[in-house]
Design a protein around this ligand. Structure first.
Ligand code: FAD
Length: 286
């Protein structure tokens, strides 16, 4: 396997930095090729701006999507963006690793997505007509590749469970899983989530590291989250709504976009991610 880890934490000695090293060492021990985009170390520019489109005439109005299309098609994207696209095409597996900040990814990683997922590469791909809404949601230039998140949270596992006050982790990660990774074609694996990360001690770290090693060993074989394919007949065109009656009666919200075998019961990856706190840790105050 060729694995790209896109890493978004400012401190290499952080928990995230240590977990990244664990993942890299395990993958390499298994004989896989690994590359890391360490966004802070690279000094990654997160905000899209005029500098992204050097070929755009200085007096032209900047329309980011149109400029992205033009630059992608003409090979005029900036070298840093082209370098990341080349890595994405090289890798058959992508890992995005980050601490959960304000219920989402750190700005530097969002900016990596904004700039690297160019028009014509990650979106605006395929036929757009009255009968087809492009190649996306399971199709696209990155189809056939796998992706997984490694996420650490300050909040407890229960806080992110189906009835938890933070909202279910599957719902919070849906925009990344479905909107960013599945959209351009990736098969998205259940996330590896480390809850209550700020309270982790060395013993907890060792256990977590072992769970992470187990997860990366199954990157090639684990079942992806069974999202419905846009062009598989489940959605009406052009409204792009799920056909009436396809969702099981109990399903609502994001869960209706899971294929039937998975959506008969609400999915809860706090039960699946391979990261479970000891019962006493759940009872303790964070
Ligand atoms: P670190 O601070 O680096 O480490 C965490 C603990 O692991 C430390 O106690 C450290 O000693 C220990 N540790 C044990 N072994 C090791 C080892 N070998 N290497 C390194 N460390 C080790 N949380 C939420 O749940 N929801 C949010 O919306 C949210 N928003 C946030 C927004 C911001 C701006 C910030 C700063 C934090 C937010 N948090 C939130 C908390 C955040 O998710 C956690 O602080 C983060 O996930 C912890 O990861 P870290 O790599 O920074 O941990």
């Amino acid at each position: 396997m060729k694995v790209l880890i896109v890493f978004a934490h400012p401190e290499p000695r952080s928990l995230n930095g240590s977990l990244r090293d664990v993942a890299v060492r395990e993958l390499e021990a298994q004989g896989h090729d690994v590359r890391v985009s360490d966004l802070y170390a690279q000094g990654w520019t997160s905000a899209i701006g005029r500098a992204d489109f050097p070929a755009l005439p200085t007096d032209a109005r900047l329309a980011p999507a149109a400029a992205s299309k033009q630059a992608f098609e003409s090979g005029a994207l900036t070298p840093d963006v082209r370098g990341e696209i080349e890595k994405l095409l090289w890798a058959d597996t992508l890992i995005l690793q980050f601490p959960l900040w304000w219920f989402s990814m750190p700005a530097i990683l969002k900016g990596w997505v904004d700039r690297v997922f160019a028009y014509g590469f990650a979106y605006g791909v395929g036929e757009h007509s009255d009968t087809r809404w492009g190649d996306r949601y399971g199709e696209g230039k990155l189809a056939g590749k796998r992706a997984m998140l490694i996420v650490t949270t300050g909040g407890w596992q229960e806080h992110y469970s189906a009835r938890g006050i933070n909202g279910p982790i599957d719902d919070l990660l849906f925009p990344i899983h479905h909107g960013i990774l599945y959209y351009p074609g990736y098969d998205v694996l259940p996330p590896f989530v480390v809850y209550k990360a700020d309270k982790l001690d060395e013993a907890g770290f060792d256990a977590m590291a072992e769970r992470l090693r187990e997860r990366v060993r199954t990157l090639a074989t684990a079942s992806p989250i069974p999202y419905r394919r846009q062009n598989g007949g489940d959605y009406l065109i052009p409204s792009m709504q799920l056909r009436p009656g396809l969702e099981p009666p109990a399903a609502s919200g994001f869960a209706i976009h899971l294929a039937p075998e998975a959506s008969t019961a609400p999915r809860d990856s706090t039960r699946e991610a391979g990261v479970h706190l000891p019962a006493d840790a759940c009872a303790a105050k964070a």
